[in-house]
Design a protein around this ligand. Structure first.
Ligand code: UDX
Ligand code: ADP
Length: 459
């Protein structure tokens, strides 16, 4: 079949894979190739066991694979043939040199730019899909200009806003699609070509076009604002615990103001995930690099508040358990950074576990999907931790249950069985406020919600 357009995506990761699957689904007249340097990843995309789990993804991949969606390691041929190249490689936080721990590590991204220069033989639109520091396109353009042929490259920014667990829904029904391009004739033409892809299934009014730099920066700012809301509500949860105000009531009361809105006001043990901390620290680094120290401090405080919420939670556990957890069995319910995923990147449970181990507690971890990753995250502490796939067994003889992830399964458990099997006094620390606290109290638990009055049997 002759395809109308050839799209290539470099990087078959969390963003590239699902995004390209949905484009292939909605644009059957386009050929979509996805390449990756990892053969293992490509083999997995070509198998019945995909490298990532997202509801609805498997069905779409199986529908389009081999028709207009192809996963391959053949970079050279595909760069040569492509009209549009999405760059979707990883941009982790730098772990070395200047900006270590804050700036983005752009080595994978830069090597992609060099590969494009090496193999391109015709004009192309290059689309930045990865989250990048503002003005990265400028560097991309400089590298692309080193091409010695008479080829035109137009760089466009089209960041992805999908969240884990809802990737396919977010791609099929996004709040908006953002396309940033130069305000030149070529830039506008490229922007329109990218918009034409999305117009196959997204209403025109949801496609926002901006200049290149606004688009690059908007991605970081969207994540910074979302994380800021969580840090804001978490900061108030600390105040609630001192004043008997109730954080859920406050979230509802303020969220009912349409200017504030109700989403992302769920108090927690802190936010995790691969994006929020990384993107804010990147924003902080960028602000500092322009000499904007007050701006940098302002955003850094969002991450500091998140660290505070995690350590405050652990301090509360220790204090309430008579100032020592040494030798006590503490069972964590949940290890993933949020429910419905096995992903544990930057999960608050990692720091909470390490802090408890540091206090010589005996930690048991139960999670419906994340135990494999938990073992990798905590491999240095292997002999001190028990992992259990059965929540009831995990809770046996425990002094305390600690809810670290909001899995709905945890709401369905029979806590009277759990209570009977635990050491007394039995403690429960609900870091996500998902349980029925009054019911637990009536069973005999000493209950410590987050940002709400504690319910204890101690006089
Ligand atoms: C996030 C953004 O939502 C997404 O748009 C972006 O593309 C990538 O980063 P993700 O990391 O998958 O997505 O998860 P998200 O659902 O945003 O949750 C992030 C963290 O915040 C989780 O640890 C979650 O538990 C926590 N959270 C979220 C809260 O603590 N309270 C809330 O109200 C919402
Ligand atoms: P994201 O969450 O941004 O999608 P991932 O780490 O899940 O990030 O995926 C990025 C993918 O990019 C990885 O599979 C990695 O192997 C791939 N990658 C990195 N550099 C290159 C490159 N030069 N060419 C092809 N693929 C690359």
């Amino acid at each position: 079949m002759e395809f109308k357009k050839k799209i290539l995506c470099i990087g078959a990761g969390y963003v590239g894979g699902p995004t390209m699957a949905v484009i292939a689904l909605k644009c059957p007249e386009y050929r979509v190739d996805v390449v990756d340097i990892s053969k293992e990843r490509i083999d997995a995309w070509n198998s019945s066991s995909l490298p990532i789990y997202e509801p609805g993804l498997q069905e779409i991949v199986e529908d389009r694979r081999g028709k207009n969606l192809f996963f391959t390691t053949e970079v050279e041929k595909n760069i040569k043939n492509a009209d549009i190249i999405f760059v979707s490689v990883n941009t982790p936080t730098k772990t070395f040199g200047e900006g270590a721990g804050m700036a983005s590590d752009l080595q994978y991204w830069e090597s992609t730019a060099h590969q494009i220069v090496k193999f391109a033989e015709s004009d192309k639109i290059i689309v930045e899909k990865s989250t990048l520091p503002v003005r990265t396109a400028e560097a991309m353009e400089r590298i692309l200009k080193t091409h010695n042929g008479n080829i035109k490259f137009e760089v466009v920014s089209n960041p992805e806003f999908l969240a884990e667990g809802t990737a396919i829904k977010d791609l099929l029904e996004p709040d908006r699609v953002l396309i940033g391009a130069h305000k030149t004739q070529e830039g506008r033409k490229a922007s329109k070509e990218i918009a034409d892809i999305y117009k196959h299934w997204i209403p025109k009014r949801k496609i926002i076009t901006t200049n290149l730099w606004s688009s690059e920066l908007s991605k970081l700012i969207a994540n910074a604002f979302l994380a800021q809301r969580i840090s804001s509500i978490n900061s108030i949860s600390a105040l609630c615990e001192k004043t008997d105000a109730d954080i859920s009531e406050i979230a509802h009361a303020i969220g009912s103001d349409s200017r504030i809105g109700e989403k992302f006001l769920q108090t927690s043990v802190g936010f995790g995930g691969s994006c929020f901390k990384k993107d804010i620290l990147n924003l902080v680094y960028i602000a500092k690099s322009y000499g904007l120290y007050e701006v940098a401090d302002y955003w850094e405080s969002v991450v500091k508040m998140n660290e505070y919420q995690k350590s405050r939670f652990v301090r509360k556990i220790i204090k309430e358990m008579f100032n020592t957890v040494a030798g006590k069995k503490i069972t964590l319910f949940g290890f993933s950074f949020k429910a419905d995923t096995g992903d544990t990147r930057e999960s608050p449970a990692i720091d909470i576990t390490k802090a408890l181990l540091n206090e010589n507690a005996k930690v048991t971890i139960h999670d419906p999907k994340a135990l494999k990753n938990a073992k990798l995250d905590l491999k240095d502490f292997d002999k001190d931790i028990i992992y259990d796939t059965d929540p009831y067994k995990a809770a046996e003889d425990a002094n305390a249950i600690v809810i670290t992830t909001e899995w709905s399964q945890f709401k369905e458990l029979d806590y009277s069985i759990i209570f009977d099997s635990m050491k007394k006094p039995a403690f429960i620390f609900d870091g996500r406020n998902i349980l029925d606290h009054n019911k637990l109290f009536d069973m005999g638990f000493n209950v410590y919600p987050t940002g709400k009055k504690q319910l204890t049997h101690f006089s």
